[in-house]
Design a protein around this ligand. Structure first.
Ligand code: DGJ
Length: 742
């Protein structure tokens, strides 16, 4: 059993992988946090919780001046009592004066992990993979009860948390904030790390000391967003890529969120995560319940790299689902940057044929195939093929592509409606809007109101009709604007604050039905690139288009940042034309290829127009990728050089049994008389000999023949390192393959 309960101490010890998480019921039924960190051998903490009498920290029990909620490390703090810090739960209820006083009433320990109905969440395949603790707490005045859920995974240092609030009183209450978790840590000696960004510049790493006050990462955009990401870390200041203690916090949600670390006057840290309380309000009638999204707490004492690898495995195997979870994903070509909206059947077939000759396995027809969509001003919602461009329909083009030996994939933007569309002319109230207010447009489009059952039915039926009409093997599910005027025509006035979360529940329900009806289709989610790179979407769709920015140099920081919290198998990465369409930079085709091999590989350019030498290079790249694909998708990632920290980037993938590795080095700008770089590799077997081979012809002349191809022990490669020849010219890259000798 990985959860122990000591009745005498009323202490719970959750063992998750190499970590322990301890909580305790104390005086008056308060539930306190006692410990989260490296695994402890004994089942109970011997040292008691030390409470001190503190000035201006009021005491709920006049007989005990050392007890104050203001200083108590609580598991689920509430608003309105003697805790002045940010609460996890705020409830508006006239009969309890907006205060909530939760006390322990009981608990259950279950083998396995219950599903969260209607919400994405991690799962187990066998009950012995995890144990779940459910703790019940009750506010006697209002009748509000909460069930705090903790799942400890036996193989992973991860605790999955969620909360269900039940109104067991007699009057309705209004939930104003229900966080998925709160964690009161006893010190503040951390760096706060998160992933900030913008469209085309997603998930750049920010690391700053955690100082007194609030540190917040949030989205109020109706999507997890390009600007913020629902993954943060608290790293000990001395923690590096390879060593030190790091705590991770991921939210399994795709909508508005808040993650907050607050350091108080006594230098303790409260970490909170959940649906953003601003713009959220949920009416709970007597007898009703509300369940939060799941949050994942993770821990590693092996630095950022250790935490990332732990999360990669968990996400890949116990969050992502479906046929493609454990399957290699096809190398694709997407016509977007090759043609944008201007294409006809023959162009597509030629493009596909030309790509098939190079080894590409899937052709994706992007935006512009439906309605009368010649630009981004019309037709979203009208999911009917445009016969001006594809006179014989989708079945015909799909079959023509299949005949080239490739799968056929199709783009949709199912959550949107163009004001210039048949759908909008028929149903102007089907979008999110507030009567009497201007409807703000983004990319000339409005957001469908997925809180409505009729709208959800329309989306499911139209998409399913198209998907059943042709041999479609892949879908790109895009979403190109954020929410404004967030109101629904069908919700009553006192429930409008539910709209944004009900939208997410509606979206999850739609994706559940469609992906369930078409289990053989590979779905890739996208939101103007990586605007919804989160665990909520990954539960339904195993991969995400990482960014609309396909420049190889820009991609280094984007992909490295993303890799902190998400596996390579989740990232879409493509080679595009030069000068790059987003930044105008010229990078060598070799470098573009090696950088895009950090995820689900593909191309977005007109391969028909390339010189022969580049086509030959592409054929070589695809051959290489197909060989290393199992390592990239299912191996362990080691980040060797951080592109945000200097002029170089380097990373390697190691096969699970450590007998194979693939190492890539990118040098951004050329420098005269540059120092000789040595890469100390990681994750190899120290006493095995590895055959090391510099890949292809890249910079062959610069590497002495003795190191182009050599046999070296794992310990030498990890301790002494692998020498990189000084390469000439900007944006150069090289790669090695390593194979252990028998
Ligand atoms: C945004 C996506 O990120 C692009 O890849 C492309 O699909 C366009 N939308 C199409 O409108």
């Amino acid at each position: 059993m990985s959860i122990e309960y000591n009745e005498q101490e009323q202490m719970f010890h959750l063992r998750a992988g190499a970590s322990s998480y301890i909580l305790q019921v104390v005086k008056n039924g308060y539930l306190v946090h006692r410990y989260f960190g490296p695994a402890l051998s004994r089942s109970v903490l011997v040292q008691p919780l030390v409470m001190l009498e503190r000035a201006f920290s009021p005491n709920p029990d006049p007989a005990d001046e050392s007890l104050s909620l203001d200083t108590l490390p609580q598991e689920y703090p509430t608003y309105g009592l003697s805790d002045f810090r940010t609460p996890a739960l705020s409830v508006r209820a006239a009969h309890s004066g907006d205060t909530i006083d939760l006390r322990y009433t009981g608990h259950r320990i279950l083998q396995g992990k219950p599903a969260l109905s209607g919400l994405p969440a991690t799962y187990v395949e066998a009950d012995d993979e995890a144990t779940t603790l459910e703790i019940d707490m009750r506010d006697s005045l209002s009748g509000v009860c909460v069930c705090l859920r903790y799942t400890a995974f036996s193989q992973y240092a991860v605790i999955a948390r969620s909360v269900t609030v039940a109104n067991e009183g007699t009057k309705p209450v209004q939930l104003e904030g229900v966080m998925s978790l709160s964690l009161d840590m006893r010190d503040a000696s951390f760096d706060w790390m998160h992933l900030e960004g913008a469209w085309g510049r997603e998930r750049h790493v920010v690391r700053e000391p955690l100082t007194p006050g609030a540190h917040v990462v949030e989205s109020r955009r109706g999507a997890s967003s390009h600007q913020a990401n629902p993954f943060v870390m608290l790293a000990r200041p001395e923690a590096t890529e390879t060593s030190g203690e790091v705590y991770g916090l991921s939210l399994v949600y795709s909508g508005n969120f808040e993650m907050r670390a607050s350091v108080d006057q006594y230098r303790t840290t409260r970490l909170l995560a959940g649906i953003h309380p601003e713009g959220f309000s949920w009416r709970l009638e007597p007898g009703q319940t509300f369940t939060t999204p799941e949050a994942l707490l993770s821990f590693s004492d092996q630095g950022l790299g250790g935490l990332s690898r732990l999360l990669h495995r968990l996400i890949r195997t116990r969050l992502v689902r479906g046929e493609y979870r454990d399957r290699e994903r096809p190398v694709l070509i997407n016509n977007w940057e090759a043609t944008y909206f201007r294409f006809e059947r023959e162009t597509l077939v030629e493009l596909a044929g030309s790509a098939a000759e190079l080894g590409v396995e899937l052709f994706v027809l992007d935006d512009g195939w439906f309605g009368r969509r010649d630009n981004d001003r019309s037709s979203l919602g009208d999911w009917v093929v445009d016969e001006r461009k594809l006179p014989q329909g989708l079945g015909d083009i799909a079959q023509a592509i299949n005949r080239k030996g490739m799968q056929f994939g199709l783009w949709f933007e199912p959550e949107m409606i163009s004001p210039d569309s048949e759908l909008y002319r028929m149903h102007p109230d089907w979008c999110l809007h507030i009567p009497g207010r201007q409807r703000s447009e983004g990319r000339h489009q409005l957001v469908l109101d997925l809180t409505r059952a009729d709208v959800r039915e329309y989306v499911v039926e139209t998409l399913c009709t198209v998907l059943a009409s042709a041999p479609i093997g892949y879908v790109k599910w895009d979403m190109n604007r954020h929410m404004t005027e967030v109101g629904s025509a069908l919700l009553p006035a006192d429930r409008q604050g539910e709209t944004a979360h009900r939208y997410m529940l509606g979206l999850y329900a739609i994706m559940d039905v469609i992906t369930g009806r078409f289990p053989a289709i590979l779905f890739e989610s996208c939101s103007g690139g990586g605007g919804r790179f989160d665990l909520g979407m990954l539960y339904y769709m195993p991969q995400v288009w990482t960014s609309d920015n396909t420049d190889a140099v820009e991609r280094l920081a984007i992909q490295f940042g993303t890799s902190l919290g998400y596996p390579s198998a989740a990232m879409g990465a493509h080679v595009s034309a030069v000068p790059n369409h987003q930044v105008g930079r010229n990078t060598p085709i070799q470098t573009r290829g090696l950088v895009a091999m950090m995820g689900n590989f593909g191309y977005e350019l007109d391969v028909r127009k390339l010189p022969l030498a580049e086509r030959e290079e592409i054929a070589l790249q695809i051959r290489l990728y197909k060989e290393v694909r199992p390592l990239v998708l299912f191996g362990d990632l080691y980040r060797l050089r951080d592109p945000q920290a200097g002029n170089n980037a380097a990373w390697m993938y190691v096969k699970e049994d450590q007998t194979e590795a693939f190492v890539t080095f990118v040098r951004v700008l050329s420098r005269p008389n540059a120092p000789l770089e040595t890469l100390r590799l990681q994750g190899l077997l120290p006493d095995r000999l590895y055959d090391v081979q510099l890949h292809g012809g890249y910079h062959r002349e610069l590497f002495p023949s003795s190191i182009r191809q050599c046999t070296v022990s794992g310990d030498e490669l990890m301790a002494a390192g692998l020498v990189v020849a000084p390469m000439h010219g900007d944006y150069q890259a090289c790669a090695w393959r390593l194979r252990a000798q028998d």
